[in-house]
Design a binder for this molecule. Structure first.
Ligand SMILES: Cc1cc2nc3c(=O)[nH]c(=O)nc-3n(C[C@H](O)[C@H](O)[C@H](O)COP(=O)(O)OP(=O)(O)OC[C@H]3O[C@@H](n4cnc5c(N)ncnc54)[C@H](O)[C@@H]3O)c2cc1C
Length: 246
């Protein structure tokens, strides 16, 4: 994978998220070969994942091919592969791609921009019940789970089961939880409300739970109060604060 015998330095960037892209773009005029490695071939704009999870946008609208983004940046190449290890002594990373395992790639400079994973507060066993929202696959899984609940409820003859099926709980009232809950409330009121006969989609309970004493705890208390009262509660979202998980 080395690019010729040029004396230019080789910069390897692992991760084509917002961080990795910013570094690669900043190096567009540098005397360097830049290799951007990501396990997927597209950049994902995570801030709009909640719109995919609530059917407002399609997956293709928030992902862009990394290769295309750098087509006018001749010193940069995109490689689709998973970085499985780093050998700091010999300055190389190991890349597993579709048909090759642990291929060594040498670097002069290495940038690790691999992002973060969501947290289950020490309860990893929660993951199989409650997917996080970090990837397109997560967003599509949440979207399918929500829509399937409404479909099941419409097909369910026993009205006492409707309430269970249409109770949707979001844990953590940070930006993602608040956006998801509010967007779902809007979707129910605008799109779903007239599409069902046996159930009234507006009877769905959307519950947002957090152990903190206010939503959007990282923001100012004025913004927090506005989000909680003006937006969430007026949309019918039930906000339960001071509730943790054990
Ligand atoms: C639902 C949601 C909503 C958000 N809303 C906002 C917002 O409104 N405003 C805001 O400022 N921020 C928001 N954020 C946060 C923002 O999206 C992140 O801070 C930002 O995406 C982090 O960029 P990053 O490059 O560090 O990581 P990421 O964007 O996560 O990118 C990491 C990349 O590394 C790749 N990767 C990881 N491991 C490997 C490996 N071993 N080999 C190869 N590739 C690998 C991944 O495939 C990924 O493409 C939101 C995040 C989420 C999840």
């Amino acid at each position: 994978m080395a690019q010729g015998t040029s004396p230019r330095k080789q910069v390897v960037i692992v991760g084509g998220g917002l961080g990795g892209l910013a570094v690669a773009r900043a190096l567009r005029h540098a005397r360097a070969w830049v290799m951007l490695i990501d396990r997927s071939n597209h950049h994902l704009f995570q801030p709009l994942l909640y719109q995919v999870a609530t059917s407002v946008l399609s997956p293709g609208q928030i992902g862009w091919p990394i290769r295309e983004m750098f087509k006018r940046q001749p010193n940069t190449t995109a490689v689709m592969g998973e970085v499985t290890g780093v050998d700091k002594e010999r300055r190389r990373v190991f890349v597993t791609s579709l048909d090759r395992r642990d291929v060594p790639v040498e670097y002069d400079y290495l940038v690790m921009a691999t992002g973060v994973r969501h947290s289950y507060f020490g309860h990893q066993e929660f993951e199989r019940f409650a997917p996080g929202l970090k990837t397109l696959a997560d967003a599509v899984a949440i979207r399918n789970r929500i829509l399937t609940a409404f479909e099941q409820a419409e097909a369910e003859e026993d009205p006492t089961r409707h309430r269970d099926l249409l109770t949707l709980v979001f844990v953590r009232a940070g930006p993602t939880g608040v956006e998801l809950a509010a967007a779902l409330a809007v979707m129910i009121r605008s799109t779903l409300k007239s599409e069902f006969r046996r159930i009234d989609p507006r009877s769905a309970r959307i519950i947002l739970v957090d152990m903190a004493d206010r939503v959007l705890g990282a923001f100012s208390s004025i913004l927090s109060a506005a989000a909680a009262l003006l937006r969430l509660q007026s949309q019918g979202v039930e906000v339960m604060l001071g509730h943790g998980c054990s």
